[in-house]
Every structure is written in C-alpha cells, then in structure tokens.
Design a protein. Structure first.
Length: 105
C-alpha cells in the first residue's frame, strides 16, 4: 500500500510538467489538483478502489496528457467527494488588477 502511494506521488511529480513558465494556468491548476489528491491519499494512508479514486486517477492521466478540460473536473469532483478543499485557481496572467480595476495587458 505504501508503495502504491509512493508511486502515485512520484508519478504526479515526475509526470506532469514542472516548469511553470511552460505551463498554462489550467495546466498548473490541474497539477495542483493532482498533487492535492496524491497528498490526500498519502495523508490518509489508504488505498482507494472506489469510483472516486478511479476518477481521480483518470483525471491525473488526463492532466498528464495535457487534456485539462477533462482532468480538472474529474479531480475537482474527487477532492470534493473526499471532503478536501480545492487549491486556489489563479487568474489568467493577461488580467492585472490595479487600484481595484481589472485591466487587460
């Protein structure tokens, strides 16, 4: 069981792109969701075989493949079902807030 968790965490850490500059906001969020779920599994020290875990694994695979439109909802759903707070989602980098007003840039 510990081996499964270690492999899952290593797969997330090594499988998803690590360079923030090369990743889109969705890719970074997808990676954050995958890391949060892997941390949940490690923290609870359990091997999940329920549909929630299967969906989370599918979400991780979709994120790794760059299909964030599918991976994000799967991981968000799995985390919510587990009662885990979602990581913050950053605003697109082309929107800046200055003096309380959003400006494109």
């Amino acid at each position: 069981m510990k081996t499964l968790h270690a492999c899952l965490i290593a797969g997330v850490a090594l499988g998803l792109p690590l360079s923030a500059s090369a990743q889109s906001a969705d890719s970074r969020y997808c990676s954050a969701l995958a890391n949060k779920y892997a941390g949940f599994l490690a923290k609870t020290n359990q091997q999940r075989q329920d549909p929630q875990a299967i969906g989370a694994r599918a979400g991780m695979e979709q994120c790794q493949a760059g299909n964030t439109a599918v991976g994000i909802p799967l991981l968000e759903s799995s985390l919510r079902s587990a009662g885990v707070d979602l990581p913050p989602r950053e605003a697109p980098s082309f929107i800046r807030v200055t003096h309380g007003h959003a400006k494109g840039g």
